[in-house]
Write a protein of this length. Structure first.
Length: 157
């Protein structure tokens, strides 16, 4: 991610590239799929944190990576903190899964999650995270009961 990928005015991050490291070389390419190119809305608190970070790096070019560290360095730091905390070990990528699980728990629709994480097909989202969706049969029955009670001829059935 670069400063140019962030719209501070609109609280958005544009995802237009993929970074990976191979043979001790940094490689930046286009994302794997067309759906991976997307704009993600970010909360105000995150925008402020990123803005404070960028502002603290005077003269940072728009096309310079904001966080020039590799995934392995982040993983190493996470492992140390996980060991200190005595919690279950997770990978950096697992943070993506935690984010999606949180959104599901908060009732965000699968299609919005699909768009946010850049899945090519809704089936990928549902196959990966479908087990996290609670059984909604009671909610459907309650909705239908409420609708019947609110209709003008609710006593005529």
């Amino acid at each position: 991610m670069t400063k140019g990928d962030i719209s501070f005015e609109n609280n958005q991050i544009s995802i237009t590239k993929t970074y990976y490291r191979t043979g001790r070389q940094d490689v930046i390419t286009e994302p794997k799929t067309k759906q991976s190119v997307r704009t993600v809305e970010i909360p105000e608190f995150l925008k402020k944190e990123i803005k404070d970070f960028v502002d603290g790096h005077y003269g940072m070019p728009d096309d310079e990576r904001l966080f020039p560290i590799v995934q392995e360095a982040v993983q190493h730091k996470m492992k140390r903190q996980i060991a200190k905390a005595g919690v279950k070990n997770i990978r950096v990528h697992d943070l993506r899964h935690s984010h999606v699980a949180y959104l599901i728990n908060k009732g965000i629709e699968p299609l919005l999650i699909k768009e946010r994480v850049g899945h090519k097909d809704i089936r990928i989202t549902l196959n990966t995270y479908g087990h996290l969706y609670p059984n909604q049969q009671r909610r459907v029955a309650d909705l239908l009961d409420n609708e019947k009670g609110n209709s003008p001829d609710s006593g005529n059935c």
